[in-house]
Design a binder for this molecule. Sequence first.
Ligand SMILES: NC(=O)c1ccc[n+]([C@@H]2O[C@H](COP(=O)([O-])OP(=O)(O)OC[C@H]3O[C@@H](n4cnc5c(N)ncnc54)[C@H](OP(=O)(O)O)[C@@H]3O)[C@@H](O)[C@H]2O)c1
Length: 303
Amino acid sequence: MVAVLQETRSPMPSSPSTKASSKPLAFVDSLPLSPTDCVGVVGAGVMGRTFLKAWLDKGLVTKKQLWATAKTPTTCQRVSEQLGITAVTVPSKAPLAKTKVILVCVKPYQLEGVMASLRKVGVKPSTLIISVVAGKNLDFLQAQLEENTPVIRAMPNTPAVVGQGMSVICPGDAATEDHLAIARTLFGSVGQCLQLDEHHFDAVTGLCGSGPAYMYLIMEALADGGVRVGLPRDVALAIVTQTVLGAAAMVQQSGRHPAALRDDVTTPAGCTIAGLLTLEDGKIRSVLARAVEEATKTAKGLG
Ligand SMILES: NC(=O)c1ccc[n+]([C@@H]2O[C@H](COP(=O)([O-])OP(=O)(O)OC[C@H]3O[C@@H](n4cnc5c(N)ncnc54)[C@H](OP(=O)(O)O)[C@@H]3O)[C@@H](O)[C@H]2O)c1
């Protein structure tokens, strides 16, 4: 906690590194904020509310320090009631002046308008702007803001809702290591966080953003298999769910390659090799890999 505080107030901010590692970034469980500093979320939809709730639950900010915006008064009212924070359609000048970080969580087509309204209300050029908006790159974000405003682009995925998200972050030129530490804390509160260069972002969208949907389809198909061989659907789904969770934990905790773990459970002339060969007959490997390729191509077209 103290280390981050000291780094953030350093008069000579260090440049962000351009490392791209598969090792999740260390989670720092506090933010370098004074009690009067604020954090805002522009776009309190599915993603925005996930972050707001996680930050409050983890004690990263107090209700007083948080504010949010949404397009409609109905959403604002819901957010205020559910989370006990200020939620308005347009951020007012007073909290904006005290705001150190703004997380932008609107749809891609809404981004330009939202940035224009932030400029109009007078967002400070020292405020860190983090965007999770798919397909909108750092150049685009930077062009919407005053020069040298620190910007970070991020891509989380929906398991963030249950604290098991995978997020990738990438700093703009004006973002420092201290800003990255803040982003790491904010995204680490909803799962794991990696830092990658921006040229990987379309691939990240195709794998990380869309990945949960691929897994849901695979889980559904496996449960169908269970039903086909006589299991009640709820039992089949419960088995699939725990099996997927368990297999993921084995890969994560053992650090071994999935192929090695698969070999461990593949008895000669046994049931597993019979099932595996059937999957290979259906070209499962190339089908899944091509799904990521196609989603990545589509992501390239979003900007
Ligand atoms: N969901 C995912 O899996 C996922 C993953 C990674 C990244 N993302 C990105 O996250 C962004 C948000 O996705 P989402 O699923 O959270 O969308 P969402 O549920 O539709 O939320 C968007 C929110 O933005 C608000 N909004 C619209 N215009 C606004 C304005 N002018 N000022 C303030 N708020 C405004 C909307 O308010 P109202 O509710 O009043 O309409 C809504 O609450 C998207 O760009 C998406 O690419 C999503």
